[in-house]
Design a protein around this ligand. Sequence first.
Ligand code: NAD
Length: 499
Amino acid sequence: MKNNETPTSLIIIFGATGDLAKRKLFPSLYKLYEKGRLTDRFAVIGVARRSISNDEFQESIQESVKSAAGKEEHVQEFASHFYYHSHDVTDSDSYSALKKLASELDDHYGLNGNRIFYLAMAPEFFGTIALHLKKDGLTEVDGFKRLVIEKPFGHDLDSAKELNNQIRTAFQEDEIYRIDHYLGKAMVQNIEVIRFANAIFEPLWNNRYISNIQVTSSEILGVEERGRYYEKSGALRDMVQNHMLQMVSLLAMEPPIKLNTKEIRSEKVRVLRALRPIEGEDVHNFFVRGQYGEGEINGEHLRGYRQEPMVEEDSNTETFVAGKLLIDNFRWAGVPIYIRTGKRMGTKSTKIVIQFKDIPMNLYYQTEKTLNPNLLVIHIQPEEGITLHLNAKKAGENMDATPVKLNFSNKESDGINTPEAYEKLLYDCMRGDATNFTHWDEVALSWSFTDKISAVWEKTKENFPNYPSGTTGPKKADELLEKDGFFWWPITDLEVTNC
Ligand code: NAD
């Protein structure tokens, strides 16, 4: 299991008994270990409040790895690198004991003073932890120190700034790895390659040839047990501020002069800077919010959002957002980018549809229909792949055209939040590659965009619930496109099928 290319490191996971650690982080570390991407010179300290022994912790590691990764080889050996430290992060006294354990492991495994601090905990603790890490000397190391931080990064621009200031007291911007797990998805990473490695797309990737872009991320799941968190968040903060705007910036960015972190991020930032702010009355014309009511999915009757645990009976929280974005630059002027995301929709899917403009003169007709526009569909999840929708001659003697699809299907993978994404991101962090993490400038620009929408929505109550569970969202989301002469491409018709 040796690979000298991955630096040695001590990974300190705060929140090590939590859901994220068990379902994503431990299995991802194990996969890296199994693939030889983690050298034998690594150690993990799990920090959480519960009082458990090292042995119990290592057993729980083995359990989570077996149930998630489904393999048993080397599991015990892998788990032996894990140590547990019971510690309330708000208690100043126990950081010195953590420091001592970290130094001992550093010596024992020969970790060269490299440390990764992974905050898999509620964001309210991030600032406190960062301040203590500095004050109690855990960040005084000979090697690298990196902070990995989960979403949500603040609640709005002001709280994000406050949090950023706190963590910046202990870490430089280039030491902070803000996770957006969408950026770890294979097909999200593929957006750049599809665009910049193919001569046939880039010349068409502008307002002369593209009529509109549609980005959909729909979930079948409701809010589940996360009502308390979700009531304060809603779909705009939970999905649009981060994942949706990240996908838009990758789709719209200019080719970077080099494929390195600095250049790619700076092109993404330029997209966010060119994003037209939607504020005041315009919010009602450019954005639609929704909340699911009761309904049926796969024969199961489901309750509405307001009936979910820890949700107010008259909640004004949106579980669905659709919006029209405009990027005011030379390439994109006039091309609407429609986004929509929601819970309890009929299908689980994340897809990007690039709709090309109609050809100047249509010589061919499909029976009773006009010619279909060309579409490039990027399937992010659950299927991964790309489909190009073209028109070709229909079999038979006449010259009618019929739609055909060219498919590339990557692989079947289950779930948006799959360990695969975390595996890639953890590996990137260990190697010091921050490209697929969000820079502070991106976070700040995204909050400043969504804050203007929240400001209007917080002042007015919507007539919720306004879409039944199992549907595609409120009717107004369809009208948003109809006003412009477009419609949402039905997600199910765009599935990867072999033709
Ligand atoms: P969780 O509630 O399951 O786990 C929280 C962990 O923090 C537990 O280990 C708990 O013991 C520990 N903890 C709480 N208070 C503590 C204290 N005062 N001192 C020490 N430890 C304390 O939460 P989770 O689902 O694992 O999520 C963690 C973070 O990751 C959150 O910010 C969440 O928004 C984010 N996140 C989670 C997921 C996921 O799939 N679970 C996905 C994306 C982002």
